[in-house]
Design a protein around this ligand. Sequence first.
Ligand code: FE2
Ligand code: FE2
Length: 263
Amino acid sequence: MKFKVDRRVLLAKLGGAAAVASLPSESLADALEQELMSEANYGPQCAGLDIIDMGDGVRRGAGQLFSKKNVAKIPVLPARPKLVDFFRLRFSNGTVAHCLKSAAHALADGQPERNIMAALVHDISLNLVKADHAWWGADLIAPYVDERIAWAVRHHQALRFFPDNEVGYEFPELYHCIFGRDYEPEPYIVAAYDSARRHRWYMDARMITVNDTYGFVDGPPPEIDDFLDIIGRHWRDPEDGLGADGSSSAHMWRTLINPNRPL
Ligand SMILES: [Fe+2]
Ligand SMILES: [Fe+2]
């Protein structure tokens, strides 16, 4: 696996060393994930791509759909859109490539199908909102997946900071290399980790973080079509389409369908 992040470029994007020093560690980690995601999608020749600073006064926690730098075109979706339509026509290339590569690793590794499904959707909420994306992501998918998958997605964000030797997950060395100081995750992240660590579904969330690291490998991602069977078995598309079923997250899907609504 090859990671390449230009420390100087990343620091400049975040506002310089002084600004970085004042940022919560969680924000720094999210910024790094975004940088790695842009690398995975566009290649090292575009390492300077401005994907973290949304520009025009847009805060960094806003989802990728809200910056024309990330998603220039918003094609019309089918009348009753399904999950795969969002992969094909709405989600940013970076999130699609990252999630497909993560899921491909879970598949090649022989993990249970629920892990593959979780990997496939673990970061799709980044299109909607980046701050606390795992919590948003779990709420987004909860009506359409098994409770266990939504739980795993909810907790993967907190687990990124905590190693687990049992599955070979280490604290990402790059966090040290790039920011040069120890991370102190915010209390709510520590609390979420502590609670997840004792939960019977802990390993489901942990495997998202393991598969996540394979979401940044070089090379083209697989096709969403490779996962249609697994999606069919683990995702319940509503008859009227996502956004039109009155579920607890229908409003989020409507925002993804049309992020241009003024109110
Ligand atoms: Fe994530
Ligand atoms: Fe991820």
